[in-house]
Design a protein around this ligand. Sequence first.
Ligand code: COA
Length: 330
Amino acid sequence: MRNVAIIGTGFHVPERVVTNDDLAKMMDTSDDWIRERSGIRERHWIAPGQTGRELAAAAARMALDDAGVEPDNIDMVICATVSSDCAFPGNGVLLQQDLGLGLIAALDVRTQCTGFVYSVATASAFIKSGQADTVLVVGTEVQSTALDLSDEGRDMAVLFGDGAGAVVIQATDGESDVLNSALHSQGEYCDALWCEMPSCNITGRIDAEVMAQKRHHPHMNGRLVFKHAVRRFSEAINEVLTAGGVAKEDLTLVIPHQANLRITEAVAKRFELAPEQVFSNIHKYGNTTAASIPIALAEAVREGRLKRGDLMVLVAFGSGFTWGANLIRW
Ligand code: COA
């Protein structure tokens, strides 16, 4: 069995910054409400004409540079996203084209906010089983164009941002490794956090009635999501720590999906984690769905929060419901 190492990280967010005060001009909300409930101060949204594939390619190029890996050496790309540029194909093949990758496997993963954790587990499994040597994993999202910016949609609209993060994962003889992963889902809650339309079940996929009912915007039961998120984040961390025989005190860093600062704080409290053991950048980017963990990881590395050999957990919860974690020796 060979080990796997994350050998490069990168991220990219669009230049356009949207502050809480900017949102308060669009809908009935306030900087105080958003900061108190979520910890978010601003987020980045694409400008007209920008595309998700551009964000993904920029993050991927940064990760490839950081890893010192040429595109020719990538033998698989995994793209975690719920917001591909087109209904099909997914952004994985667009990345293959934009980066000039070989005629390699391109796999899109759509497990929403848990997409990056699922993708790291998948990349690790492909490498450990000898089916790939060097995998590019990208989490990329454009959520801003889906949001309902009226008062009715304010609960969701204030939380989400656009961006992309990427890592290069490679087989290694060294000690770095994805030690284990926990992956879960519970479809009975699919409509507690979802975007119902467009749907293949209606002719034309979308129509005026659907749009008038605002069923093409994402909707959620915020309180239910909050409750389940705290519980499942905690369970997933426990599961990978137990499987790896690792004590929480031995963790250098937990990088949670940046859903909401209050969720992160509740999990940190439950685990009695020290503030320096938990990474947060939600104040700058909001919730960027599958991109949030790789963006946070890229920033954590550049801030010197990790050194080789450190133990780290990536943990996520999101629509589906889906949740999971990766225990990583950096
Ligand atoms: N600005 C101002 N007021 C808002 C608002 C906004 N953006 N969004 C909702 N409100 C109002 C509600 O209409 C409600 O008003 P009312 O009391 O007059 O009915 C009030 O604020 C309280 O709403 P409530 O939904 O009970 O607030 P909350 O304390 O549960 O916080 C969330 C709302 C969305 C911040 C919270 O439920 C949450 O964080 N949930 C998890 C969300 C998440 O992380 N999702 C992604 C997971 S991957």
